[in-house]
Design a protein around this ligand. Structure first.
Ligand code: HDD
Length: 752
C-alpha cells in the first residue's frame, strides 16, 4: 500500500474528469478566471477514505429520511463550494484592488470563510470538558425484566449507544492522565426513547445536595486570579473547601486512590451513583444502583506514570480507546444492578439510599449483570459527535424513575440548562448525535437552530384542527408515569436528614478495604497533593479530617508533610471492609495490553524470531510494538514502530528485550564519561526504559538482553523478570505476570 501513489492516481483521475466537464473559458471574457500570477489550486481527488468513515445520520427527529445525499457533507466532491453550494475557483487569494492593493469588502467568499471560522468554537462544558466519545451496542440479558419493564433490557434486544468518557476539572485541551474522577456517560438510543446513564468511575459524590455543585467546582477549578493549576486538585482552594466540607471525605479518599488514575478508559468501572427506582410491568417498584463492570478488569496507572504520560502523550486515554477500537479489540462492560427493596425509609442495612456519598457494599447486595455493552465504532467527526452530545439524567425510559436524592434533583435541572448556552438554544436534541432512534412527536416548536419542518397547524393540546393529534400514551407504555411514592415531610425547610451527617464511616470502609500497596498509594497521593498547598492551616485542617478516617493514614501523611499528628477528635467508626473495592490480587484477561520489544537494529540475530513473536502477541489479542534506535524497516517486513527517541516505558504494559542495543549516535552523551567511568555499552534510553519499567512494577522478559538488565541494575532473578532462550516461552511467562497487571511484590509499602 503506497498512500502517495493512491493520492497521485486520484488527483490525476480527478483532473481528467474535470477537464472533460469544463469548457475552457475564453481569456478575458466575463466570468473567465482572472489572469493568474499564482496558479489556482487544482481540483483534487479525495484522500483514501477511512474504512469506517460515514457521515452522521440524515434522519430527522421524527424518524423520516431527509432525502439528503448521505455523504453530502463529506469532503468527497471534486469542487469546493460555498455553504450555499456555489462552486469556487479560488480559495487562496482575497479579492483585492490590484495585486498589492487593499482587500475588497465585496469578497463574499472571504467573509463567509472567516466569519464561519471565527465562530467554530462553542463554550466548552463547564465540567467534564475533556472527553472521548465512541459508538457501541448494548444487548440485554432479559433477566432484569422482573424488576424493570424498560424494553431495552429484554433478552437479546440490541440497542445502539454512544459513550463519552471524560475528566471533570480540566479544560478541553488538558491531559488525560491527571488525578481526577472520570465521567462515564452512556446514551442508549432505545426503542422507547433515549436513556442517558450519566455516571462516573467513582460510586459516590463530593456533595449531598446539588445546590453545592458550584462550590465544589469553583474550589477544584484553577484559581480565579491566574487560572492555575490546570486539571489538578493539588492546590489550596480544593483542599480549603474539602477540609471544611467533610461530607466530601468519602469521595476524596477515592480521588486519592488508584481509581483516579485509570490505566485506560477500557479498564474502569462505572457507577450511576444515585439510587434509581425501577418499575416492572405490573407496576411493582424496587430501588437500584447501576454499575458498569469492565471485562478487562479495573486497572490503574502509578502516579509517576500518570505524570510522565501527561507530558509524553497527553492524549493517552483517548488514543488507547480509539486504537483499541480501530484494531478490533472492542472494549466491553456488563451493566449490573444492585436491587434493593423500595421501603418508605429508603434505607438498606442502615445505609441511606438517598445519600450520594454512600455506597451499598457488594457483599451486602450483589451486583447482578443484566446486559453487555460493546464499544465498536470510533467517531467520524469529533465536534459533531463528542462535542455536541448532550446527556441528561432526566432522559429516562418507561421503567426507570428517579428517587428523592437531592443531588439528583439539582442535576435534573442543570443538564438542560447548560446545553442552552453550550449548544446555543433549545433544539439540541435535533443534533444528529442526540436524536432519538424512537419516533419523536412533540409539540416543541421554533427556537434557534430549528432543523425540523413541522407540518400541521395545532401544536397544542387539546386541538381539533390536527384531528386531536398527538394522543397520550396509556400509563402502561408512557414514561413519567411517576410512582405514587409518599413524600416524607410536608414542611418547607433547608435541611438534610440526620443520616447525612455521617461523613467518615464509609471513607474508612473504603480505606480499610484496600490492600497495603493501594493504601500506600493513597498516603502518597494525600502527601503529594497537600504538599502542593501553600497554606499551613489548610494542611493541618485536612490532617484533622484524616484523623477521623484512620490514625495510621493521618500519621503517615503528617510525617510526609513534616507536620504534627493531630489528636483524633472521636474514635474511628467501626466498619466491615468490602474486599470488592480493592483492585489488587485478581487475575484478569490481558487483551489489549501493549508489549514493547527492544531490538538492535544492526544486529540481525536480535531480529530473528521476531516475526513469529509478533504473531504470538497479536494472536493473544495484545499489541506488539518494536522499538529500535531508528525507525523504518529493520529486516524483511519488520518495521520499528517506536524509536528510542519517540518512546518512554510508560507506553507499555510489559517490555521484552531481544538485545542490549549499544548507544546510538543520537543518544545523550553519558555524563560520567569525562570522569573516567567506562562509557556505556547499552543505549542509555534503553537503560532508562528498563529502570522505569522495573520501578513501575512492569513485567520484563529477555533473551539476549541480559547486558541491558545489568546496566540498569536489575537482577535477572528479581521478581517479574523472566530470562530465557526461547522468545515464545519468555512471552508466555510475561503474559502470566500481566494477568495481575503489575508485579506487586516489587513495591515496599509503608502502610500496614
Ligand atoms: Fe454532572 C456533566 C456526571 C453531579 C451538572 N456530569 C457531567 C458529565 C458527567 C457527569 C459524566 C459529562 C457528560 C458528557 O460527557 O457530556 N455529574 C455527574 C455525576 C454526578 C454529577 C456522576 C453526581 C452523582 N453534575 C452534577 C451536579 C450538577 C451537575 C450536582 C449540577 C447541579 N454535569 C453538570 C452539568 C454538565 C455535567 C453542568 C456539564 C456539561 C453537561 O452537563 O452537559 O450540567
Amino acid at each position: 500500500f503506497n498512500p502517495a501513489k493512491v493520492v497521485k492516481d486520484a488527483v490525476e483521475k480527478a483532473v481528467e474528469k474535470v477537464a472533460d466537464l469544463v469548457t475552457p473559458p475564453v481569456p478575458g471574457a466575463p466570468g473567465s478566471k482572472p489572469p493568474a500570477i499564482d496558479p489556482p489550486t487544482e481540483p483534487q481527488g479525495p484522500l483514501p477514505r477511512k474504512a469506517d468513515q460515514s457521515s452522521p445520520e440524515t434522519r430527522t427527529a421524527t424518524g423520516a429520511e431527509t432525502g439528503a445525499e448521505p455523504r453530502a457533507r463529506e469532503q468527497h466532491g471534486e469542487y469546493l463550494t460555498t455553504s450555499t453550494g456555489v462552486r469556487l475557483h479560488d480559495t487562496d487569494h482575497s479579492l483585492k484592488a490590484g495585486e498589492r492593493g487593499p482587500t475588497l469588502l465585496q469578497d463574499h467568499h472571504l467573509r463567509e470563510k472567516i466569519t464561519h471560522f471565527d465562530h467554530e468554537r462553542i463554550p466548552e462544558r463547564v465540567v467534564h470538558a475533556r472527553g472521548a466519545g465512541v459508538h457501541g451496542v448494548f444487548v440485554g440479558y432479559g433477566n432484569a425484566q422482573g424488576v424493570c419493564k424498560a424494553a431495552f433490557l429484554a433478552e437479546g434486544v440490541s440497542t445502539p449507544v454512544f459513550v463519552r468518557f471524560s475528566t471533570v476539572v480540566g479544560s478541553r485541551g488538558s491531559a488525560d492522565t491527571v488525578r481526577d474522577t472520570r465521567g462515564f456517560a452512556t446514551k442508549f438510543y432505545t426503542s422507547e426513547g433515549n436513556f442517558d446513564l450519566v455516571g462516573n468511575n467513582i460510586p459516590v459524590f463530593f456533595i449531598q445536595d446539588g445546590i453545592k455543585f458550584p462550590d465544589i467546582i469553583h474550589a477544584a477549578k484553577p484559581h480565579p486570579d491566574r487560572e492555575i493549576p490546570q486539571a489538578q486538585s493539588a492546590h489550596d482552594t480544593f483542599w480549603d473547601f474539602v477540609s471544611l466540607h467533610t461530607e466530601a471525605t468519602h469521595h476524596v479518599l477515592w480521588q486519592m486512590s488508584d481509581r483516579a488514575v485509570p490505566r485506560s478508559y477500557r479498564m474502569m468501572e462505572g457507577f450511576g451513583v444515585h439510587t434509581f427506582r425501577l418499575v416492572n410491568a405490573d407496576g411493582e417498584t424496587a430501588l437500584a444502583k447501576f454499575h458498569w463492570k469492565p471485562k478487562l478488569g479495573v486497572h490503574s496507572l502509578l502516579w509517576e506514570e500518570a505524570q510522565l504520560i501527561s507530558g509524553v502523550d497527553p492524549d493517552f486515554h483517548r488514543r488507547d480507546l480509539f486504537d483499541a477500537i480501530e484494531a478490533g479489540a472492542f472494549p466491553q462492560w456488563e451493566l449490573g444492578i444492585q436491587v434493593l427493596p423500595d421501603t418508605p425509609e429508603q434505607t438498606f442495612e442502615g445505609i441511606d439510599l438517598l445519600d450520594p456519598t454512600k455506597i451499598v457494599p457488594e457483599e451486602l447486595a450483589p451486583v447482578q449483570p443484566i446486559g453487555l455493552l460493546t464499544l465498536n465504532r470510533n467517531t467520524t467527526n469529533y465536534f459533531a459527535e463528542t462535542e455536541q452530545v448532550a446527556f441528561h439524567v432526566g432522559h429516562l425510559p418507561p421503567g426507570i424513575d428517579v428517587t428523592d436524592d437531592p443531588l439528583l434533583h439539582a442535576r435534573l435541572f442543570s443538564y438542560v440548562d447548560t446545553q442552552l448556552s453550550r449548544l446555543g438554544g433549545p433544539n439540541f436534541n435535533q443534533i444528529p448525535i442526540n436524536r432519538p432512534h424512537a419516533p419523536v412527536n412533540d409539540m416543541l416548536r421554533d427556537g434557534f437552530h430549528q432543523h425540523a419542518v413541522h407540518s400541521g397547524v395545532a401544536p397544542y393540546k387539546p386541538n381539533s384542527l390536527d384531528g386531536g393529534c398527538p394522543f397520550h400514551a396509556g400509563a402502561d407504555s408512557g414514561a413519567f408515569a411517576e410512582v405514587a411514592a409518599t413524600v416524607a415531610a410536608s414542611v418547607k425547610q433547608r435541611r438534610s436528614p440526620a443520616s447525612f451527617a455521617d461523613h467518615f464511616s464509609q471513607a474508612r470502609l473504603f480505606y480499610l478495604s484496600l490492600t497495603a500497596v493501594e493504601r500506600d498509594h493513597v498516603i502518597r497521593a494525600f502527601t503529594f497533593e497537600l504538599g502542593k498547598c501553600y497554606e499551613r492551616a489548610i494542611k493541618e485542617r485536612q490532617l484533622r479530617v484524616l484523623a477521623a478516617v484512620d490514625t495510621e493514614l493521618c500519621a503517615q501523611v503528617a510525617a510526609g508533610l513534616g507536620l504534627p499528628v493531630p489528636e483524633q477528635a472521636a474514635p474511628a467508626p467501626e466498619v466491615i471492609p468490602s474486599p470488592a473495592l480493592s483492585q489488587v490480587g485478581k487475575a484478569w484477561p490481558t487483551d489489549g495490553r501493549v508489549v514493547g520489544i527492544v531490538v538492535d537494529a544492526d544486529d540481525p540475530d536480535s531480529l530473528n524470531a521476531l516475526h513469529t513473536l509478533r504473531q504470538d502477541i497479536t494472536s493473544a489479542d495484545m499489541t506488539p510494538l518494536v522499538i529500535a534506535a531508528r525507525g523504518g524497516e529493520l529486516a524483511d517486513g519488520l518495521i520499528a514502530q517506536r524509536t528510542f527517541l519517540t518512546t518512554r516505558s510508560v507506553e507499555f504494559d510489559a517490555i521484552l528485550l531481544a538485545a542490549a542495543p549499544p548507544p546510538a549516535p543520537d543518544a545523550l552523551p553519558v555524563l560520567d564519561a569525562k570522569a573516567g567511568v567506562p562509557a556505556a555499552t547499552v543505549d542509555p534510553r534503553v537503560v532508562l526504559m528498563l529502570q522505569e519499567a522495573y520501578r513501575h512494577g512492569k513485567a520484563i522478559g529477555t533473551w539476549g538482553g541480559e547486558a541491558a538488565l545489568a546496566e540498569a541494575g536489575i537482577a535477572p532473578t528479581a521478581p517479574g523478570v523472566v530470562v530465557g532462550d526461547d522468545p515464545a516461552e519468555v512471552f508466555t511467562q510475561v503474559t502470566q505476570l500481566l494477568t495481575l497487571h503489575r508485579v506487586w511484590e516489587r513495591f515496599a509499602t509503608t502502610a500496614s
